[in-house]
Design a protein around this ligand. Structure first.
Ligand code: GLC
Length: 728
């Protein structure tokens, strides 16, 4: 009896303390309360100084929380391809931690080339797990700027030339990252489509091109992906820096799109207190630096949103309500992430993440040419394989700017090839060329040695392309020419003279000129593939994996074929820091198809080791209203001997339109996996609303009534069948 009594008493005491503790627990600390209540409660407890302190950096990659209230700091980290190593408080370079070697994931051009939103979700979830494990509040990625010119140094970090493809890939990526309680930060908002003069170039582009080409992926990330952060870009738009741009940040992002998250500046992108305060910026980072090297010797209290802001508030120059809006957004970010007690724990550098890297790489590699079925390499026909080229051993997870990584593993191509082919074949490697020594006597000896090796091989694998040296695929500087560097073209020509079985594997994040395109038997576009690069390349070259990637951007024959390079310097890179996007809405295949310029390899193109047959596409109705969805059905058959995947694409064209339109625009796609001789009925959906063009006369979208042609295609240049419908 006594025991029961004492138990009852102790239960009672626990209950009382819990309830009283519950009552004493301020709302912002009570995880059972809705976020908005916690935000308001925290805000009501904060001083003006504490609110201002939220709005600017306290170190290279962090900003303050509210220590007095137990609200944690905000920690950010690059980047879209993996979680950057810890750096010193005030330095860009690494702090030499021993437990921050991450998984290197593929570059986002590779992810886009999968044309597979499921891969995007897995990518986001895995990289988000690594960010979570490292206790990051925010991942500084993904990037969705548009591939307007093949010279842009950062194209490898983005998702290609088509706004619809970028939109379909960025949404699941963001959802994957944020499922970990880590904020994605979609960047660089907006029109940061080159690196030349990135900090100052003033971009002029029409409203129509802005809304139809350059904003859709950001809009999708915000309105569909519910992204919790957006990074302003360095450049100017119509005379205002994008980190303090009233039209982009207040009117479009926070107004029309109802973005409730945080706008972070790019590092060094803020230039003016008045504009930063009033034009929609929330957190100022990296001021007085250039986002790459200079560390600046200014105290954080000198930041535009630091003491100058506080002083302006005290002088009554700035309103408390604007400050409260910034503080609310930052508190909301914190309650969605570090103060969300239900968020998972994350994981780091795991075998599972390596598998995600390899799977995306396998699905993103694009087979561009395969004459006489030289690929896949099979032991019956081949004994000796010559592996030529510096990129066979060049580590690509390093370099390229802020996306550079310290990885736990990087299987370079030669290693992956040796693992896969080593036992059944004889592999002989010769570097062939060396970056930085292209004009030396040594270059000749390297080339001669490679030719000697190639002469006696049954097949030559030339592993070349770009690397992440400055003026190649690298942040801060654009490429200086469209061709391959380091004398690779000359070497490839020499190889084709001594061996007719030359397979060129290009590792790059950009299109390149291919003067040797008719003389080599096969061409494989292998992106920056991350930690499992060599294994993924071997997967495809051996036929263990049937390539299924499609190009997320066109490969023009020559630079002058490209829209951005058809209107003189004012269109690229600009004149006196002013640039006009004169090709307007005709970017990428929209330009080549409309101007009837044949690209070397078109957008959406990619071969397979099997073949696919399309039946005629049929629309479910003849006439549609504005709120309908067009359903196009067709049958796809794998008519070859190998399992594989085909991305069927649906382009729409509008004959006799009242406004200028591209010859065709991608409005739907689906990646379909099929066993040999199997057929699947596929349905592609096109909401009639998505046929709208941006009408500058009313600053809004207009769906034109009339006839639309639906082109079912396997690339932007290869239509398999057509159907036409009426919109009333
Ligand atoms: C860099 C880049 C941005 C990166 C940031 C932090 O300059 O432009 O993408 O996230 O600064 O490294």
């Amino acid at each position: 009896m006594k025991r029961i009594k004492s138990t009852l008493v102790s239960i009672f005491l626990v209950a009382v303390t819990t309830i009283s503790a519950q009552q004493k627990l301020p709302i912002y600390l009570d995880a059972t309360k809705p976020i908005e209540q916690r935000v308001e409660n925290a805000l009501s407890l904060m001083t003006t100084q504490e609110k201002v302190a939220l709005c600017h950096a306290q170190s290279k990659f962090s900003s303050k929380g509210v220590a007095r209230l137990g609200i944690p700091e905000v920690w950010m980290d690059d980047g879209p391809l993996g979680i950057r190593e810890e750096v010193y408080w005030d330095q860009w370079n690494g702090a030499h931690w021993t437990n921050d070697s991450c998984t290197g994931f593929p570059a986002l051009t590779c992810l886009a080339a999968t044309f597979n939103p499921k891969m995007a979700y897995q990518f986001g979830k895995a990289i988000g797990e690594e960010a979570r494990y490292r206790n990051k509040t925010m991942l500084l990625g993904p990037g969705v700027n548009i591939y307007r010119t093949p010279l842009n140094g950062r194209n490898f970090e983005y998702m290609g030339e088509d706004p619809f493809l970028s939109s379909q890939i960025v949404v699941p990526y963001v959802e994957g990252v944020q499922s970990n309680g880590v904020a994605a930060c979609v960047k660089h908002f907006a029109l940061n489509d080159q690196e030349t003069w990135r900090g100052s170039v003033d971009v002029q582009v029409s409203d129509r091109a802005l809304h139809e080409i350059y904003l859709p992926a950001f809009k999708a990330a915000v309105t569909q992906g519910k992204v919790w952060a957006v990074m302003g870009s360095y450049n100017q738009f119509r005379g205002q820096h994008c980190c303090e741009n009233d039209l982009l940040l207040n009117k479009i992002l926070k107004g029309n799109w109802k973005f409730d998250g945080v706008v972070v500046s790019d590092w060094g992108g803020v230039h003016n207190t008045d504009e930063a305060v009033n034009n929609g910026l929330d957190i100022e980072m990296g001021t007085y630096t250039n986002g790459l090297t200079t560390n600046g010797a200014f105290p954080y209290s000198d930041y535009y949103l630091a003491d100058p802001y506080l002083k302006g508030l005290q002088d009554g120059k700035y309103s408390e309500s604007v400050l409260n809006d910034k503080a609310r957004r930052i508190l909301r970010l914190i309650f969605r992430t570090t103060m969300n007690i239900h968020r998972p724990w994350g994981s780091f550098g795991t075998a599972a993440h390596a598998e995600v890297d390899r799977k995306i790489a396998d699905q993103g590699i694009v087979l561009l040419k395969n004459e006489d079925h030289v690929l896949p390499i099979e032991p019956q026909q081949v004994k000796t394989i010559a592996v030529i080229g510096e990129n066979a051993t060049h580590r690509m997870t390093i370099g390229g700017g802020s996306s550079s990584l310290k990885v736990n593993q990087e299987i370079v191509p030669l290693e992956g090839l040796t693992t896969r082919f080593g036992k059944d074949f004889t592999l002989v490697h010769s570097i062939g060329y060396s970056s930085g020594k292209e004009n030396s006597a040594e270059a000749d000896s390297l080339r001669n040695a490679a030719i000697a090796v190639a002469k006696n091989a049954d097949v030559v694998l030339f592993i070349g392309g770009l690397n992440k040296d400055p003026h190649q695929d690298c942040e801060g500087v654009d490429r200086l020419s469209y061709g391959l560097p380091y004398g690779q073209d000359q070497l490839i020509d020499s190889l084709t003279k001594v061996n007719k079985h030359v397979v060129v594997v290009l590792i790059s994040g950009n299109a390149v000129a291919m003067p040797w395109v008719n003389n080599v038997q096969a061409i494989v576009q292998a992106w920056y593939l991350g930690s499992q690069a060599g294994n993924a390349i071997a997967d495809v070259l051996s036929g263990d994996v049937n390539p299924s990637g499609k190009l997320p951007f066109s490969f023009p024959v020559k630079l002058s074929d490209c829209g951005a390079h058809s209107f003189g310097a004012i269109a690229y890179p600009g004149v006196d820091q002013k640039e006009i996007y004169k090709e307007d809405i005709l970017v990428g295949y929209r330009w080549y198809d409309t101007k009837h310029i044949r690209p070397l390899f078109p957008f959406g193109f990619g071969l397979s080791y099997t073949s696919f047959d399309y039946s005629k596409p049929v629309a479910n109705r003849k006439v549609y209203g504005m709120n309908d969805t067009i359903r196009v059905t067709f049958r796809l058959t794998n008519s070859g001997k190998m399992a594989g995947a085909e991305t069927a694409q649906l382009y729409v064209s509008k004959p006799k339109s009242a406004v200028e339109r591209p010859e065709k625009e991608l409005k739907a796609f689906q990646k379909v996996f099929l066993q040999p001789s199997k057929t699947e009925t596929v349905t592609l959906l096109v909401p009639v609303k998505s046929l709208a063009y941006y009408d500058e006369t009313k600053s809004g979208w207009t769906v034109e009534p009339g006839t639309y042609n639906l082109l079912l295609a396997s690339s932007s240049q290869d239509t398999k069948g057509e159907a036409s419908v009426e919109v009333k």
